[in-house]
Write a protein that binds this ligand. Structure first.
Ligand SMILES: [Zn+2]
Length: 612
């Protein structure tokens, strides 16, 4: 997520009001807290079976690897750059050194990397490489203009507006494109059967441009049907996130959210045009004219936005070219509505007072012209494998992964990404070394994956689950590391304590040791949580376990790709700090001990799970 703070807050504020609703987190019960918290301050000696691998993981090695991976020479490991490719070569050489086998592509003759190069086909089938390579499309310099044509009492009128001046453009398509379509006004664009509310009834939005108000009608009117029930109110008028809730939400984390835009996109519109439920154009222009308040403590890095998608991928909105979303002013909305003789505020008032929809196709056309520069860069996932010990079960796989990429550099600034996610990458490498060093191997095979493109939308891990180098239907689970090196402190732990501080749990919560507090999200209906608790006896972390239903992978990291193909996962994360996505996320702030302990816990957990 590379946005500057102010525009991010503005866009975020808009999107948040549109996405509506973070269901209030239910107060936990005492037994839930007792099940969630697993606090071990005196670890026991690790069983002999796992010992050699366990002892191979050290704080010193973790820090040594991270110092290289997060060094300025790696230039912030942005996907598709030289810095990332150098880091990938480094990881491949470590895996080779530890005897971890390549698990990437079969080299194609005439130029495979990390293996055979050019010349005639070899006698034996060539070995795999450590790289899974694929084409990524980048989109930069996106410029958008909009032309509105209205027909009023027979007179044809058209006006053109500029992105960044008259409106803001959202994520948009996969490059230069022009969309022309008739416009339909859908009010708030909501369908809520529980209150017999349907603003889309009888409308075919396919290929149309949809004009929609943000939020829901009657925010401050207790008589509004959207204030009639707590769950409806929480859904459409959520409390704005505070402090680190905002940070978690900006990572795509936090409770699952209803997303109005995503719901409308399912109906196949050519584009979605939103106008703020409340607010004035003056407020929008003030924001657009004064894009950024600098924080003197923080360098302003004007890194141009680069959007990326897997070349040829038709799964994602960007890949499909659709998904254009604009936020417009009331001035533009009123021009579109001219044929109705009403303004957007008139229609808003009508919907709120009559509590009835006012959706209507408009006698207006809109043309959205987007120009952009596109290019192709090389995506590289680094992949290694340690074969299982059981003649049959070795054909089943457990994947251990984390993203290797980060935000790159701009002018003199480098986003070293030591915590995000240099630390998680070191965690993956630690477990690879441990499994390779341990004489006893788990029955099933273990695949190690360092993904690219996470910062651009989980591109590398999504590519892997769609193009696995080992059968995904034989894949039994996934472990994800993302940001495992910054210990909690009194500030960051405060929220966690509040969450668990229910009547009767006071003593237990008091025992939480901030430096060793780690959240572990896991997939319910599996033995992963029991195994994690069992193995923590030998490690001594203060674990907070959070269950997810199979297929649900909230939290905005690569486990979501595996959850999307219904694979159970465990996902480790330490503290979220204010260095998140800043140039200040550097190695001197890292705890090598924390990386090592979390890696040891992950090693034992996946070993036991893959050995069942
Ligand atoms: Zn990350």
């Amino acid at each position: 997520m590379r946005k500057n703070i102010l525009i991010a807050l503005f866009v975020f504020g808009m999107i948040f009001s549109l996405q509506a609703q973070a269901p209030q987190q239910q107060q936990m019960k005492l037994e839930d807290v007792q099940k969630a918290l697993n606090l071990v301050d005196k670890p026991q000696p690790v069983p002999e079976k796992y010992k050699a691998g366990f002892d191979a993981i050290t704080a010193n090695d973790s820090l040594a690897m991270l110092t290289y991976i997060a060094s300025d020479s790696m230039e912030g490991r942005e996907t598709g750059t030289h810095g990332y490719a150098m880091a990938a070569e480094y990881a491949a050489s470590l895996l080779k050194m530890w005897g971890v086998k390549p698990a990437g592509d079969m080299p194609s003759f005439g130029g495979g990397r990390g293996g055979a190069r050019g010349g005639a086909p070899a006698a034996n089938p060539p070995a795999r490489t450590y790289f899974q390579e694929f084409g990524l499309k980048t989109v930069t310099d996106v410029q958008t203009s909009v032309t509105i044509e209205v027909n009023k009492s027979g007179a044809q009128k058209s006006r053109t507006f500029q992105g960044g001046v008259d409106f803001t453009a959202g994520m948009g398509g996969a490059g230069s494109e022009t969309i022309t379509a008739p416009v339909v006004f859908v009010g708030y664009g909501l369908t809520e059967p529980t209150i017999q509310w349907d603003e889309l009834k009888g409308l075919n939005l396919k290929g149309k441009i949809v004009l929609v108000l943000t939020e829901a009608p009657g925010r401050d009117d207790p008589k509004s049907p959207f204030n009639s029930k707590k769950e409806i109110k929480d859904k459409y008028f959520p409390a704005a996130p505070t402090g680190d809730q905002m940070m978690v939400a900006m990572r795509g984390g936090g409770p699952q959210r209803f997303n109005k835009i995503a719901e409308l996109q399912k109906l196949g519109p050519a584009a979605i045009i939103q106008v703020a439920n409340n607010g004035t154009d003056a407020a929008i222009f003030r924001q657009l004219s004064n894009p950024r308040r600098v924080n003197d403590e923080r360098p302003v890095v004007n890194k141009p936005r680069v959007r990326m998608s897997v070349a040829g991928d038709t799964q994602t909105p960007m890949g499909q070219g659709g998904g254009t979303t604009l936020t417009i002013t009331r001035e533009m909305a009123n021009l579109l509505l001219e044929s109705t003789g009403k303004t957007i505020n008139d229609l808003k008032k009508q919907i709120e007072t009559t509590t009835k929809p006012a959706s209507v196709p408009l006698d207006a056309h809109m043309t959205i012209a987007t120009t952009a520069k596109t290019a192709l860069v090389r995506g590289i996932n680094v992949l290694g494998i340690v074969e299982g010990s059981d003649p049959t079960l070795k054909n089943e796989y457990f994947v251990v992964g984390g993203h290797y990429d980060h935000l790159g550099k701009w002018e003199d600034y480098i986003y070293n990404g030591a915590d995000d996610n240099g630390s998680g990458s070191v965690g993956v490498l630690n477990i690879a070394e441990a499994i390779a060093a341990n004489p006893v191997k788990p029955k099933r095979s273990i695949i190690f994956g360092l993904w690219c493109g996470e910062e651009e939308g989980l591109l590398g891990s999504r590519y892997y689950v769609q193009n696995p180098t080992f059968p995904i239907d034989k894949t039994v689970g996934y472990l994800n590391f993302d940001m495992i090196s910054r210990p909690y402190d009194e500030t960051t732990i405060a929220r966690a304590r509040t969450r668990y501080n229910v009547p009767g749990a006071e003593e237990l919560v008091k025992k939480i040791r901030t430096p060793w507090f780690v959240t572990l999200s896991w997939t319910e209906g599996t033995t992963l949580a029991d195994i994690s608790r069992e193995m923590n006896k030998y490690v001594g972390l203060d674990l907070a376990l959070q269950g997810n239903a199979l297929g649900v992978g909230s939290g905005g990291s690569d486990h979501a790709s595996f959850a999307s193909v219904k694979k159970p996962f465990v996902y480790y994360m330490a503290a979220m700090t204010t260095d998140y996505h800043q140039t200040s996320d550097s190695v001197e702030k890292i705890s090598g001990e924390l990386i090592a302990k979390i890696s040891q816990h992950g090693y034992l957990t996946i070993f036991a799970f893959a050995d069942k």
